[in-house]
Design a binder for this molecule. Sequence first.
Ligand code: UT7
Length: 324
Amino acid sequence: MIIRSVMTGVGSYLPQNVVSNAELSKRVDTTDEWITERTGIKQRHIAAEGQFTSHLAIEAGRAAMAMAGMTPDKLDMLIVATTTPDNTFPATAAKVQAAIGRPGIPAFDVQAVCSGWIYALATADNFIKAGQVKSALVIGAETLSRFLDWTDRSSCVLFGDGAGAVVLQAAQGQGTSADRGVLSTHLHSDGRYFDILQADGGVSTTQTTGLLRMKGKEVFRHAVVNLAETAREAVDANGVTFADVDWLVPHQANSRILDSTAEKLGISPDKVIITVDKHANTSAASIPLALNQGVKDGRIKPGQLLLMETMGGGFTWGSALVRF
Ligand code: UT7
């Protein structure tokens, strides 16, 4: 018998304000046609003035806890994956913890850009497997719209705001791929590519937050290779094949990346949860947002095998195989 981290609740929150490609093209030199053709994005949610990453995270976290039927006193750990924290410090997780009403437990942020939520999931899973905590709330939350350069059409059309969350709870498993819960996680980074996708500022360098800068073509090139590799190691580590995967729940950056990765892996397009058309790229929030979508619309069912994979700034990339 081994300990598994079972996903017992999922939740999300998207800001009310939806900006379509057509609306965006009124203030940015772009067209709906270009954005749709190159990325699959049709719209994005943008946080209102005074609405912060913590606000989105709190709503998503509460929704996940409600689905799990979990009261705050049963929560042992809280992690927020974000690149767009409310403040430089303390962690956004501190604000979320105060709002959720569970003082005393460890609460911290994880920063791995678009891979942040998979990094946070791996962290929480390892704490649970080590027996140090019995439950964790793992949130991905972003207000990327706050540090986009709205004069750079090659990046500002790609991103959106939102939050997604998952409750993990310890349960006994047999140690096989038939167990419910997180079966394995796989994390990677390569800092040689630091400046290909970065904010061009920070506390120690410019004393500003900087703005998002991306060499899109280069990211694309690495993404298709790294995503397929990390997806493969996840199925190999568990002695299953891509044919056993019920749903691919990928990071949502570009529908062309989603399509080509699914094709490379031999996973049929109708087994891929796609939200990039409605949410755009929400960085650390994108996988839990897609997971929530699939669960709430009834496609993802308990006992099904989910393959999650991601790639982002750093570079960072990784995957998780989960039996929901
Ligand atoms: O989440 C982290 C991971 N991020 C990603 O995975 C993003 C990966 N990269 C991509 O998704 C794509 O590279 C982009 C969507 C960013 C760009 O697509 P692309 O097919 O690589 O286009 P490009 O950058 O090569 O630009 C092609 C043309 C250029 O015009 P010229 O030089 O060929 O005349 C751009 O100026 O498209 C032009 N362009 C635009 N036109 C209208 C760039 N952005 C826009 C725009 N509207 N918004």
